[in-house]
Ligand binder design. Structure first.
Ligand SMILES: *Cc1c(COP(=O)(O)O)cnc(C)c1O
Length: 454
């Protein structure tokens, strides 16, 4: 398109539609009470706009739906597998490609092969399932985000970077033998969906090479990260985003991917590695838990749709719209006086509940209180990233508004901004919550809560 137009439009037209779940305030009060003030327990058809996650919620393209009919469902050596394997190899350059049913299966397999008591995994930030899979082997997961990553009010272009000096200091102190791998999460989901720079990735890979520790990329949102590099990092503005993505992968020795994000599908994932010995062992675990290595817990049609999605996600019209739509929500919230994590991330805007609801103490789950108030007010579902998710040692009280890919339009976002403007005026009246029941690990999925008395 010519550059003269300012308005960035959704680069698609809509062929199939689904109704939104309209409810009354009274219905929502009952639904939330029955759900134990945990939005994971709310039936999706009682949600008007669902920002719980961008995972597995993408709208597939007409071409991807067509891929489903081309799926080869042979048990071994299906045509769809070879197409998928080629797509992943062309993108990543890694030799071995193992499909899995979703990202955490790749984590469980790889951590199972490399983890164990006494081992320490080092990352810019482990995603919650990554951490859980590291810890379940008895190993420790250490986050080494760059300085400033937790200063939510201060914008910076690459807050997803790793603290390279801390990385090196930790390796020296632990001894390289205790560090099975270094993990770069791209973008950094747990800290606001912020990108890492190519420069940082290069520096981390130099440290990894020096100490002969494999660098594994957690690439759920590799395309968003690559486009941020194109927009923000010197020297990349005129490089095609596909080339930038390939350069990112070139610094790693392998990757874990949740295809439910940047492969634009509803289920799927993969593990891609150069390490022959790890792959041999990973294949054995894969067969035990997921299936034969040419389908890995998926149908042939899923592999086709993933292969296609990995190509579509690198379309620059798509990525321009994608990052602009998140930024547009961020701008609207900022104007409405809502404190957000700056700058907006690649897949979500994060509201800082500690600043938005300063009258609610930590022990009363301010971020979860805001999640509940959003649902009560307008049927909008979001998710807490705070002390309900991480326990009392949580370093943040955030509400994540994750935007599904190619699903909502600008008027949905304008509506969200209006809802938040209304909430800003009533914030002082929002009440905290008390925990009734929970499980020890990943408790935010199943916890039950109740409002504090007025
Ligand atoms: C979603 C996600 C995972 C886990 O993937 P699932 O497909 O949900 O199992 C791992 N890492 C990151 C960064 C993610 O965003």
């Amino acid at each position: 398109m010519e550059r003269r137009w300012k308005t960035i439009i959704e680069p698609f037209k809509i062929k199939a539609v689904e109704p939104l779940g309209f409810t009354t305030r009274e219905e929502r009060e009952n639904i939330l009470r029955e759900a134990g003030y945990n939005v994971f327990a709310i039936p999706a058809d009682k949600v008007l706009i669902d920002l719980l996650t961008d995972s597995g919620t993408s709208a597939m393209s007409a071409e991807q739906w067509a891929c489903l009919m081309r799926g080869d469902e042979s048990y071994a050596g299906a045509r769809s597998f070879y197409r998928f394997e080629k797509a992943v190899r062309d993108l990543t350059g890694y030799r071995h490609v193992l499909p899995v049913h979703q990202g955490r299966a790749a984590e469980r397999i790889l951590m199972g092969v490399t983890g164990g008591p006494d081992k320490v995994f080092l990352s810019n930030s482990h995603f919650d399932t990554t951490r859980a899979n590291v810890e379940s082997t008895g190993a420790q997961a250490l986050d080494l985000p760059v300085a400033g990553a937790l200063d939510f009010a201060v914008p910076a272009p690459f807050k997803g970077d790793m603290d390279v000096r801390a990385l090196e200091a930790n390796i020296r102190e632990l001894g390289a033998g205790r560090v099975p791998m270094i993990i770069m999460t791209l973008t950094n989901n747990s800290l606001g969906g912020q990108p890492a720079s190519m420069k940082n990735l290069r520096e981390v890979s130099e440290v990894a090479r020096h100490y002969k520790i494999p660098l594994i990329l957690d690439v759920a949102r590799f395309a968003e990260n690559a486009f941020f590099i194109k927009l923000r990092e010197a020297g990349y503005a005129s490089r095609p985003v596909a080339e930038i993505a390939r350069e990112m992968f070139s610094y790693g020795d392998g990757c874990m991917m949740s295809a439910k994000k940047d492969a634009l599908v509803n289920i799927g994932g993969f593990l891609a590695l150069n390490h022959d010995d790890w792959v041999r062992r990973a294949r054995e675990v894969l067969i035990l838990g997921e299936g034969f290595p040419t389908y890995g817990g998926l149908a042939g049609r899923d592999l086709e749709a993933m292969a296609r999605g990995l190509e579509e996600v690198l379309d620059e019209q798509y990525l321009t719209y994608r990052l602009r739509s998140i930024e547009y929500l961020g701008e609207g919230l900022r104007k409405a006086g809502v404190p957000i994590v700056e700058p907006p991330g690649g897949h979500a805007v994060y509201v800082d509940a500690r600043r938005f609801l300063p009258h609610i103490p930590r022990e009363q789950f301010p971020a979860q209180a805001l999640v509940c108030e959003l649902y009560l007010t307008a049927g909008v579902r979001s998710v807490e990233i705070g002390s309900l998710m991480f326990g009392p040692e949580a370093r943040m009280e955030l509400v994540r508004l994750a935007i599904p890919r190619r699903v909502y339009t600008q008027s949905h976002v304008d509506f969200l901004i209006e809802v938040f403007a209304d909430l800003t005026r009533r914030a002082g009246g929002v009440r905290g919550l008390r925990l009734l029941e929970s499980t020890p690990s990943l408790r935010h999925f199943t916890a039950r809560l109740t409002p504090q008395p007025a």
